[in-house]
Design a protein around this ligand. Structure first.
Ligand SMILES: CCCC/C=C/CC(=O)SCCNC(=O)CCNC(=O)[C@H](O)C(C)(C)COP(=O)(O)OP(=O)(O)OC[C@H]1O[C@@H](n2cnc3c(N)ncnc32)[C@H](O)[C@@H]1OP(=O)(O)O
Length: 281
């Protein structure tokens, strides 16, 4: 349930009640501007918003609540100054139990489907790096505004993971077939400027303040439009892709289990984790 906890002037702050984490506060925070009807959804799993099973479940619940609240638009962002979302929590893939891994991937599919199929307009305010699952979250939104000097992309193949068909399709719809094919196969991470050039993001911003201004400008374009016509058109464009994913979801999960439980993948992942640590030395 969404809980109203403050009402300073026109900004209503809602917080989800949820399991606590190492980070401070709830995993997902929502700030609703009562005048515009725009909700800012703040991903709040420190340090890098990596997507654990429970975090994804909270994102899904939040979107369900926003649908019920009949908001006029959503801005998805992070409180970090460096990371929008670091993708799937890699620890979910280190020698996982098969049941847990199946649930993780199912939640990833559902997170994509839920965000991709919102009736309200959505903007990703990408104020930090967005590799892999971070790029996935951004791709679900209708419009992407990225702060300069960060990176974004589907780098899964670099980790030894195949990019699932439903996500490849989303990438193709965004940047076109040729760019998507090369980017997915190579696992390319793009700078903000490169991402703008290929259409992976729609606008750049110097900082989060400017990005927020641009995000509201995008949502304002729908101010005088029938929400029904807008959302019906969006869902007619997107629903088939969601249905396609759902139809093939068990095969997708089986493929991931085979991929992740493989000993070569586990050895590669251990080396990848070590390389993340070594970067700091
Ligand atoms: C295509 C299929 C659909 C989607 C599937 C997705 C699969 C994935 O998403 S796999 C995950 C892919 N993600 C990455 O490759 C990102 C790895 N991380 C980074 O490159 C960097 O951490 C960063 C650029 C995001 C941030 O760099 P920064 O210097 O600010 O912070 P760090 O010191 O590197 O990280 C802090 C802390 O967080 C840990 N960490 C980073 N990423 C993850 C992660 N994805 N899962 C879990 N933990 C992560 C990192 O190891 C550090 O931990 P310690 O402080 O304990 O060392």
């Amino acid at each position: 349930m969404l809980r109203k906890i403050a009402n300073p002037a026109r900004l209503l702050t809602f917080q989800r009640t949820m399991a606590s984490t190492a980070s401070t506060g709830p995993l997902v925070r929502t700030e609703l501007d009562s005048q515009t009807g725009y909700a800012t959804v703040i991903l709040n799993r420190a340090p890098v918003n990596s997507l654990s099973l429970e975090f994804m479940a909270e994102i899904i619940k939040t979107v369900d609540e926003l649908e019920r609240s009949k908001i006029r638009g959503m801005i998805l962002t992070s409180p970090s100054s460096k990371v929008f979302c670091a993708g799937l929590d890699v620890l979910e893939m280190v020698n996982p139990s098969e049941d847990r891994l199946r649930s993780v991937w199912r939640n990833l599919q559902d997170t994509w489907a839920k965000l991709y199929g919102t009736s309200f307009p959505t903007v990703a305010l990408i104020n930090g790096h967005a590799p892999a699952g971070g790029c996935l979250l951004a791709l679900t939104c209708e419009y992407r505004i990225m702060c300069s000097n960060f990176s974004i992309g589907l780098n899964e193949t670099q980790l030894g993971l195949a990019v699932p068909p439903w996500l490849q399709k989303t990438m193709r719809n965004t940047v076109g077939s040729r760019e998507a094919e090369i980017a997915c196969i190579k696992g390319t991470m793009f700078s903000s400027e490169e991402a703008l050039k290929i259409g992976l993001v729609d606008e750049l911003a110097a900082d989060k303040g400017e990005a927020m201004h641009k995000a509201c400008n995008y949502l304002d374009t729908f101010k005088n439009m029938s929400p029904y016509a807008r959302s019906a058109t969006k869902l007619l464009l997107r629903n088939k892709k969601i249905e396609d994913m759902k139809r093939a979801r068990e095969d997708d999960i089986d493929r991931v289990v085979k991929n992740v439980m493989n000993s070569d993948f586990q050895a590669g992942l251990a080396a990848y984790l070590q390389s993340l640590k070594d970067r700091k030395k």
